[in-house]
Design a protein around this ligand. Structure first.
Ligand SMILES: [Zn+2]
Length: 317
């Protein structure tokens, strides 16, 4: 990823979302400019979109950057009313009278509202104009080009795009269901949480937070959790997501711009800061595709992974 810059650790600045990165040496914070929205952020966006565009009729839909468009545009889109906003996994679904606009923001896709008639934003990948002159823009600030939009007929939605596991906050997702899913997995715990076929809507940030909340190593084998650990994990998933949703809603208000720094997080992107539970410094490890943050005292029985020694660390788990 070439679009982040290196800088010194500075608590005040990073809370405002300044982009820092570098090698995993002490004294440097690892903060990316953007974070993929997960359940807490998407639930807030869902509520705010409902308030901002619910009941409006579509006057136009324009595609600026063709990569975003995953399906053909139906002929009868114009004139349809927004009947509701839903979320499934990390997808936002804008329900219309006869179709559904399904959006995956990926890492850097965002929603923006323009209140009146104005030229498209520079970063707009597509936008929907409504009959009152306002417009909902799908923007991508970073040059990643991964945000996606589908327009599906009838009640079809994210479930028709990708195989998704249960929603972690649904009644269906009880301790027994989680235990069953874990038993059938050959993944390590963090990868289990990230696999959308196991459970939908959790990403890199909340997977770290959930493992910390449960006091479990992110590298523990998912199918080796004891009954007590499964119950703790289930409670941690609910607690982490519900509390983050409340905090995100409080911090965001009625806006569609969400604070990327997530100041309420305990370990994710908190390398070197004290663990809120025990005061031990939060550690960071980079595996093949992602960064993982953890408290060695609360989660790994004191074991610390030095960069480049992943295999040795994993053997110990
Ligand atoms: Zn700790």
């Amino acid at each position: 990823m070439g679009w982040f810059i290196r800088g010194p650790c500075d608590g005040a600045k990073r809370r405002r979302g300044v982009v820092y990165s570098g090698s995993p040496d002490e004294g440097e914070a690892f903060v990316w400019g953007v974070s993929m929205p997960e359940i807490p952020e998407l639930e807030v966006l869902k509520e705010n979109l409902e308030r901002l565009i619910g009941g409006k009729r579509i006057a136009d839909l324009r595609i600026i950057k063709p990569y975003i468009q995953k399906t053909l545009l139906p002929d009868d889109l114009v004139g349809q009313k927004v009947t509701g906003i839903e979320r499934r996994g990390k997808y936002i679904e804008i329900a219309l009278e006869r179709h559904r606009i399904v959006v995956h923001l990926m890492l850097s896709g965002r929603f923006k509202i323009q209140p009146g008639e104005k030229p498209p934003l520079k970063s707009s990948a597509a936008f929907v104009e409504f009959d009152d002159g306002s417009a909902l823009h799908l923007v991508e600030e970073a040059k990643l080009k991964r945000m996606s939009m589908w327009i599906l007929p009838g009640a079809k939605g994210a479930n028709d795009i990708k195989e998704l596991g249960p929603e972690p906050l649904s009644d269906e997702f009880n301790v027994d269901r989680l235990a069953e899913l874990l038993r059938g997995s050959r993944e390590r715990l963090k990868n289990f949480l990230l696999n959308q076929r196991n459970v939908a809507g959790i990403g890199n940030a909340y997977a770290d937070e959930i493992c910390w909340q449960a006091g479990l190593s992110p590298f523990k084998q998912a199918n080796k959790l004891s009954a007590d650990e499964v119950a703790r994990l289930h409670g941690a998933i609910r607690k982490t997501l519900i509390e983050a949703f409340k905090e995100t809603r409080r911090l965001t208000g009625n806006k569609l711009e969400i604070d990327e720094s997530r100041p309420f997080m305990a370990v994710h992107r908190r390398k070197g800061e004290p663990c809120p539970r025990c005061g031990t410094r939060v550690q960071w490890v980079s595996t093949t595709t992602r960064d993982t943050f953890y408290c060695p005292r609360c989660q790994t029985e004191g074991r610390i992974l030095k960069d480049g020694r992943t295999s040795r660390f994993l053997k110990g788990n």
